[in-house]
Design a protein around this ligand. Sequence first.
Ligand SMILES: Nc1nc(=O)c2c([nH]1)NC[C@@H]1CN(c3ccc(C(=O)N[C@@H](CCC(=O)O)C(=O)O)cc3)C=[N+]21
Ligand SMILES: [Mg+2]
Length: 292
Amino acid sequence: MMDTRWIDGKAFAARMRAEIAAEAADLRARHGLEPGLAVVLVGDDPASRIYVRNKVQQTTEAGMRSLEHRLPAETTEAELVALVEALNRDRAVHGILVQLPLPRHIDSARILATIAPEKDVDGFHVVNAGRLAVGLDGLVPCTPLGCLLLLKAFAPPLAGARAVVVGRSNIVGKPMAQLLLRESCTVTIAHSRTRDLPEECRRADILVAAVGQPELVRGDWLKPGAIVIDVGINRVTDAEGKARIVGDVAFKEALGVAGAITPVPGGVGPMTIACLLRNTLTAARRQAGIAG
Ligand SMILES: Nc1nc(=O)c2c([nH]1)NC[C@@H]1CN(c3ccc(C(=O)N[C@@H](CCC(=O)O)C(=O)O)cc3)C=[N+]21
Ligand SMILES: [Mg+2]
């Protein structure tokens, strides 16, 4: 039996936030610059509220300014576009995050396209997706960036490794594949229509699961020694009727097979927020013309 390492994303993210706080203090002392992150929440989905609360708290703790905009669920698309345009013009705002999902009557693609690419700290604008695809500096989506940082720290050299990304979303799967390709991995993107998904996963030295299906990936889908990054955050009710959070990987089955694995919670989630703060700092430096 393999002794599986736990990849402690919570501790790694805390160290990252401490580094970011030190850099933010330096920016303020030497340049009088305080990075500002605007978070826009439309409606009152309780899960979204918790994420927003964590983001706001960690932004402030890192010595950056957090500007919150909570709008009612009935907000029109035109009103939201107007708010984003005002934030684009506001020089105290360096990063803009519009929490997804948006209410159904609002076209999220239109909202994302309205965010100025240099303030798009989620990295969701087509300009940032395109920059990543062609290898230009831009803003990289936070969750895949967090996964990459964990892989660089916990996986053996990435160049030449076989990486399988399960999930093809614009938010995680596709940018994750681009980042792994940039590290010279041999990248496969698998998804719900992939023929023989278990066999595809068994080829992976590095497996990133980002499908949003509780415990889809079983222990016997893993190559022994594989590095497993679990992006899933799924709320489930267990046999005793208790609510808990599980990932896209059957964690207990993976223990003893994987070489290393991220737990849920405490793995990728905290890295997403740390990378959001990193992107906000980067965006502020670039907008102020300060090298970093
Ligand atoms: N424009 C936009 N950008 C986002 O980045 C975005 C979004 N919309 N909508 C919602 C999702 C979800 N998301 C999470 C971030 C951190 C944790 C996180 O820190 N999770 C902890 C705690 C989990 C818990 O206990 O609830 C963990 O996994 O350990 C979770 C989820 C960002 N999202
Ligand atoms: Mg997690």
